[in-house]
Design a protein around this ligand. Structure first.
Ligand SMILES: [Zn+2]
Length: 222
């Protein structure tokens, strides 16, 4: 793991890979924010932030935390991880998320009008509900599994986008499979509650690796 011992190499490679991504005309408005070890707030590996209203028609910003050097051991693996976040932005995932969850809630409400009548969503799309076992039952059996399915689909689509981006950049998309192996090992170091939260929002890394291989055999996304 060379990056763990050499944080300067990590930052240098990360910025070089990002410059390469940004050199594509459709991705030139992206911004990268590198979060080094001294910063108090770290988004774990990386996260995609859609543009604020004052940022006009920019695609958004990618926050990459120093832990990315444990999820990626080579520049190609860094490119895949950045490409995955670019995928979330280009595919509009965060911008659409709460709307998609609202739709799921409406459908679950329509199927269970009595129990779900007073359930609403908070700003992040989490259910706000009075405490009752009937409501909790519907949330557990129907609402949460559907939200999880939506989140997992977004993750796999962002992986596909990243694999195609690698091809466009002349890099080896199999680096994504390698990065998933590293991420699996990082998961193992998390507390059980953190692991559960990760697995709610992300498919297991082994499944993602399989899907990358599978989708690489398909024609590129339009
Ligand atoms: Zn993601």
């Amino acid at each position: 793991m060379p990056y763990v011992r050499d944080p300067d190499a990590l930052e240098r490679d990360l910025r070089a890979v990002f410059d390469k991504i940004q050199s594509l005309p459709d991705l030139s408005s992206l911004r990268l924010n590198y979060v080094g070890k001294s910063a108090p707030q770290c988004p774990w590996i990386a996260e995609a932030l859609p543009p604020k209203p004052e940022e006009g028609n920019r695609l958004g910003t990618i926050n990459a935390c120093w832990i990315v050097g444990q999820a990626a051991h080579t520049p190609d693996e860094l490119a895949f991880i950045l490409g995955h976040e670019v995928g979330h932005l280009v595919l509009g995932h965060s911008a659409r998320y709460v709307r998609d969850v609202e739709k799921i809630l409406e459908e679950v409400k329509a199927a269970h009008p009595r129990e779900m009548r007073f359930v609403t969503l908070d700003l992040l799309g989490g259910p706000v509900s009075p405490r009752s076992s009937a409501i909790e039952g519907v949330l557990r059996a129907e609402f949460r599994p559907r939200v999880q399915k939506l989140l997992h689909k977004n993750e796999l689509d962002a992986d596909s986008y990243a694999a195609n981006l690698m091809v466009r950049l002349g890099l080896d998309p199999n680096a994504g499979v390698q990065a998933m192996g590293n991420i699996e090992k990082l998961y193992e170091q998390l507390k059980p509650s953190e692991q559960r939260a990760r697995l709610f929002s992300h498919p297991p890394a082994a499944i993602r690796a399989q899907e990358i291989l599978l989708r690489l055999q398909l024609p590129p996304l339009p």
